[in-house]
Design a protein around this ligand. Structure first.
Ligand code: UGA
Length: 455
């Protein structure tokens, strides 16, 4: 099929290359000419395992190309809208400017189809009601149908999640009267559906809510365990043991139950805020009030790391601190709303000499925070540190040898902000070891039993 993908950011670029991988004839469009040049040259604008391979395969096979010109999209049968919907500058809501602008530009070229069936499929994460609004606008054009098909891909697993998803969600205006558009999208995803992937058809608003609910649930799960981590800090309990024990209950599950410095990235933080804003606009704000607390717990974890640094060093002004990790999670070079970088920037503002290292994300980190000291080599970054903060759990940091690392630093002090190091191994190697939600010293020494109320 002839397919266009409008907006080739993270989601769109992976989607475009994946659709070419499924055998379609794909054109990706973006207003960012630099990005189009990179993609056209087979260069990935971000770090994503497996992406460069499918990008180059599509380009080499002649099934994939990129443009900045809407006129080149005119003969596509299916158009995917994968524009970013960031947090608005003036509040919590989602900024839909790019999405609406793209729909407007697309509407100008759609008449070239002269009434032949044409499908416009939204993939962006949007507040409920957006799809219906766009459909009302675009379906006035003869032959045009709109669907909403949210994306659930995770950075770091984006190619796998696109080509081998847990489920496909089709949002339509009328689930009982959408055979034509469902058949078209089935044809697009034929290579996926033949592997018995579940395909769920539902109304527009339901599909929109599936996506934001999924992200809100994931964020809630993380903040839940991080709230328990706060309790652990007050009692001397160990959140990693609680997490392990809870996760063994199938009903709870162990995924997204890792306590630490919390969630960041381009999706979870802004999506829960947009969800709160949208619920308030709809007069249902009370239903999602708890998400404010989810957000607040998440922010508090970042502040807690800064407090720990102060507890360990005293005033941080002039002290040398090395932050291990800049990306919002491992195996990504994305630094949007990165907990690690926020901690680094707070400590820098307090006068500390902060050095940030990361295997992939330093260029993006330096762009975001001008003047931040970045050192690519881990050994170099650690040399002379008076405090080390592990804030993104890249494998090479998880596997650091406490004995060898102690030789590099000026003073062996570390905060494990992701709960991935062995407190015993590090303490045995002479480190002052602190972690979020874990006892400051072996539990037997610190656990303070609350007095029993014998009534
Ligand atoms: C998230 C969702 O997981 C995807 O399903 C969704 O499609 C995507 O947003 C999106 O809306 O586009 P992603 O932003 O790639 O994907 O990141 P996650 O893997 O969800 O991680 C988010 C953050 O949570 C990271 O900062 C990670 O370090 C943190 N996290 C994750 C924890 O702190 N604890 C955990 O147990 C798991």
């Amino acid at each position: 099929m002839k397919i266009s993908v409008i907006g080739v950011g993270y989601l769109g670029a992976v989607h475009a290359a994946s659709m070419a991988e499924l055998g379609h004839d794909v054109i990706g469009l973006d207003v960012d000419a630099r990005r189009i040049d990179l993609l056209s040259a087979g260069e990935a604008p971000f770090h994503e395992p497996g992406f460069t391979e499918i990008l180059r395969r599509g380009l080499d096979a002649g099934r994939l190309r990129f443009t900045t010109d809407y006129a080149e999209l005119a003969d596509a049968e299916v158009h995917f809208l994968s524009l970013g919907t960031p947090q608005r500058a003036d509040g919590f809501g989602a900024d839909l400017t790019a999405l609406h602008a793209a729909a407007g530009s697309l509407a100008e070229v759609l008449p070239a189809r002269a009434g032949r069936p044409t499908l416009v499929v939204g993939k962006s994460t949007v507040p409920a009601g957006t799809a219906r609004g766009l459909a009302d606008r675009l379906e006035r054009l003869e032959g045009v149908r709109v669907m909403w098909n949210p994306e659930f891909l995770r950075e770091g697993f984006a190619v796998k999640d696109t080509l081998d998803p847990d489920r496909l969600v089709y949002g339509v205006r009328d689930p009982d009267g959408a055979d034509t558009e469902i058949a078209m999208l089935d044809e697009v995803y034929a290579g996926i559906l033949e592997r018995d992937v579940e395909r769920l058809v539902m109304g527009f608003e339901t599909a929109e809510l599936v996506k934001v609910s999924a992200n809100a649930f994931l964020a809630t799960k993380i903040s839940f365990i991080n709230a328990i981590a706060e309790l652990c800090e007050a009692t001397g309990a160990d959140v990693t043991d609680i997490s392990r024990a809870l996760g063994m209950d199938d009903r709870i599950g162990s995924k997204f139950l890792r306590a630490g410095v919390g969630f960041g990235g381009g999706c979870l933080p802004k999506d829960i805020r947009a969800f709160i804003a949208s619920a308030e606009d709809l007069g249902a704000g009370q239903a999602l009030g708890f998400l404010r607390e989810v957000d607040a717990v998440n922010q508090r974890r970042r502040v807690r790391v800064v407090e720990l640094a102060r507890e360990m060093l005293g005033p941080v002004r002039g002290r040398r601190i090395t932050v291990l990790g800049a990306a919002f999670k491992p195996d990504s070079d994305d630094v949007r709303d990165s907990p690690a970088l926020e901690v680094a920037s707070r400590l820098t503002s307090a006068g500390a000499h902060v050095t940030v290292t990361d295997p992939e994300a330093l260029a993006n980190a330096a762009r975001r925070f001008e003047g931040m000291t970045t050192v690519a080599d881990t050994t170099e970054a650690l040399r002379g540190a008076e405090l080390v903060l592990l804030l993104t759990e890249w494998r090479e940091y998880r596997e650091l040898d406490p004995v060898a690392t102690a030789q590099l630093v000026a003073a062996p002090r570390i905060v494990d902000g992701r709960g991935v190091l062995s407190p015993r191994d590090w303490r045995e190697a002479g480190w002052e070891f602190r972690a979020l939600g874990r006892p400051d010293a072996p539990a037997a020494d610190t656990a303070s039993a609350p007095e029993l109320a014998l009534s």
